[in-house]
Design a protein around this ligand. Structure first.
Ligand code: BES
Ligand code: ZN
Length: 630
């Protein structure tokens, strides 16, 4: 028998509320925002007027919203026109989650309430990045974009900043002429105000706050299919439209794997190089880094990834940041299903193999027994971004791959797992769910799909606690062996014996980017120090340090940082230049971490040199990495 105290503890743990929000969303729930954003490039501020709609789930006397680095001017009850009293609880000023905004307003269960908040963003936040014209590709006009995932929406507008809450949005974005403004909704209309233009957008499907996104600049568009456009500065929009003309194909593959695409349009915005991620799945408007324009479509898998989020993440959403793998692990799984069709099964397996290495690196870095290496990291008192790593992506992917496998073993087809996934999306679309919802759903569905003995046999193989709650490596080693890995490994062996054929350069250049990455990763993950012949092959013969493909450059820099005897001047210059070329964290963090251990001064000087061009999110995380290496 459980004692009452134990029962109490168990209940509080399993009803895990989002610990990264101050909002009282369990008492009163936000349902919609109607916002007017005046984007002021001169002062690098957004002047916001946001009307929020709420439905009360219980009686109460205060609405608590998330906010950080916002300057609130007034809060008005939209129904009565009355000014409402509010307080920014500054004792939380230094908290990772910002400051609770308490608005005093009585309500009873069932009430519908609307309030209007008038405020400005400030430069203390990192959700909004204003770029001077020199920091853009065209260098003639300034640019602005937001990044709300994970918990930065509260730095753009006061909100219930939790993925547990979904809202519809209506936006008016005012920008000086001749700039164009975009948001994560469907374009409606525009008004000419003389000196400025206001663009109107609607998102009628409820979305979590982290998917709100704005961008403005000298942006042009290219139509690539009935439902897709590519947006970007004119200097790169044509290149981008060519590079990503496979979008419609990606969408159709995902649709036939799961269900029809519900968001209407799927557009892509190529951002200036400071964009800190590869891609961001803002609904109807994926944001991507220009670093994936490789010229040969070999990095378009980032787009396949963001398209996959149109189901996992944007329709079925994690309820809180500890369940982030429900977004990213599922998305990796669908992304590789797309890859199986656009390329082949062996290449998708090679991708899983390459990324498994990065997962191992991250688990080692966090520590095998540390919460951040589990699929349920403890985020209490932490910023949700601090736990960011390959763990939710690749350990999450490995778990789903494992589930697909044990089901496939029973009847030799992957169709049954697909059927289960389709039912999962049908059941939980438009909702926010916890890991337990997925687990219980999976168990129930397996029991329905198979006879008792078979379902028991399947379920007995799943150690849910080890996979999800325990820290460390995946408890099962999936087999990703594939023909490409065999081929590349032979050449890795020859590389160490200095026995590569004279035409290796041609062989290497003809490889898909992933094979090149795999080749470099194999070298990176050994303990061997490289001799001059080997280093020369990489830097001189293959010339991997510049003008190439960002993934390949990155792989090369990591190999030399980890295994080169000394860092020569040529290498240092190339590395410093690369660190100034793209603000993508996937490259910056590992390179800065390794450089810091090899040559601390060079790392710090380079960081100071480029810091002004990096996104504030990047600056924060790189500084955090330096600190943890002290
Ligand atoms: N949603 C993420 C980006 C993100 C995660 C932003 C957490 C902020 C906080 C996006 O879908 C993503 O995973 N991008 C990857 C793409 C890759 C896995 C193909 C990236 O940026 O590298
Ligand atoms: Zn993702």
């Amino acid at each position: 028998m459980l004692t009452p105290i134990l029962v109490l503890i168990f209940v509080t743990l399993s009803s895990s509320k989002d610990v990264n929000t101050f909002s009282n969303y369990e008492i009163i729930k936000q349902t919609r925002i109607e916002a007017n954003f005046n984007i002021d490039f001169t002062n690098k501020v957004i002047h916001g007027k946001v009307k929020s709609y709420f439905t009360a789930l219980k009686d109460g006397e205060v609405i608590v919203l998330d906010s950080r680095a916002l300057s609130i001017k007034s809060i008005i009850d939209s129904d009565t026109g009355e000014e409402l009293e509010y307080v920014l609880d500054t004792q939380y000023q230094l908290d990772a989650n910002g400051v609770p905004l308490k608005i005093y307003k009585e309500f009873s269960k069932g009430d519908n309430i609307a309030i209007l908040i008038n405020y400005d963003t400030t430069d203390g936040g990192s959700a909004v990045q204003f770029l001077d014209k020199e920091q853009t590709t065209g260098k003639l006009y300034p640019f602005m974009f937001t990044q709300c995932e994970s918990i930065l929406c509260r730095e753009l507008l006061p909100s219930q900043d939790t993925p547990a809450v979904k809202i519809t949005t209506s936006m008016g974005l005012t920008v000086p002429k001749p700039l164009f403004a975009l948001d994560s909704g469907i374009y409606q209309s525009k008004i000419d105000n003389g000196e400025s233009t206001t663009y109107f957008y609607e998102q009628k499907i409820p979305i979590p706050s982290y998917l709100i996104a704005l961008a403005a600049g000298a942006i042009e568009e290219r139509v690539i299919s009935d439902r897709s456009k590519v947006y970007g500065e004119k200097e790169l929009v044509d290149l981008a439209a060519e590079e990503f003309n496979g979008i419609e194909n990606f969408i159709q593959i995902a649709e036939s794997y799961i269900s029809p695409y519900v968001w209407g349009e799927y557009n892509l915005l190529v951002l200036p190089s400071s964009f800190p991620f590869g891609g961001m799945e803002n609904p109807t408007l994926t944001f991507v880094t220009p670093s994936i324009i490789a010229g040969d479509k070999s990095l378009a898998n980032v787009v396949a990834h963001e398209i996959s989020h149109s189901w996992s993440g944007n329709l079925v959403t994690m309820d809180n940041w500890s369940d982030f793998w429900l977004n990213e692990g599922f998305t990796m799984f669908i992304q590789r299903k797309i890859m199986e069709k656009t390329d082949d099964l062996d290449l998708a397996k090679l991708d899983a193999m390459v990324m498994y290495n990065t997962l191992v690196d991250d688990i080692k870095r966090f520590g095998e027994s540390k919460s951040f290496s589990s699929l349920r990291p403890n985020l209490l008192g932490r910023h949700a971004d601090d736990a960011f790593s390959e763990v939710p992506y690749e350990k999450g992917f490995n778990f789903l791959y494992f589930l697909e496998n044990i089901i496939q073993k029973e009847n030799n087809t992957t169709d049954v797992f697909r059927k289960i996934l389709r039912q999962y999306f049908a059941k939980y679309s438009y909702m926010s769910i916890k890991y337990e919802d997925f687990r219980d759903f999976f168990i129930d569905t397996v029991k329905k799909e198979f006879d008792e003995a078979t379902s028991q046999k399947i379920l007995d193989q799943i150690d849910w606690v080890k996979w999800i709650e325990a820290p460390g490596y995946p408890p099962v080693n999936n087999d990703f062996s594939n023909k490409y890995a065999v081929e590349v490994k032979e050449d890795v062996d020859k590389f160490y014996k200095n026995e590569l054929p004279d035409n290796f350069k041609d062989i290497f250049n003809a490889w898909h980017t992933l094979l090149k990455q795999f080749f470099l990763n194999n070298i990176k993950d050994t303990d061997k120090e490289l001799d001059d012949t080997q280093l020369n092959l990489l830097s001189k013969t293959l010339n991997l340090k510049e003008g190439y493909n960002a993934e390949v450059n990155f792989g090369y820099f990591m190999v030399v940082l980890l295994h080169g005897k000394a860092l020569d001047d040529e290498f240092k210059t190339a590395c410093v230049n690369f660190l100034g070329k793209f603000g993508r964290l996937k490259y910056l963090r590992p390179i800065y971490r390794s450089l810091y251990t090899r040559d601390k001064d060079l790392a710090l000087n380079t960081f100071n040199k480029w810091k002004g061009s990096y996104h504030p999110i990047a600056v924060r995380l790189i500084e955090l990495d330096f600190k943890s290496l002290e």
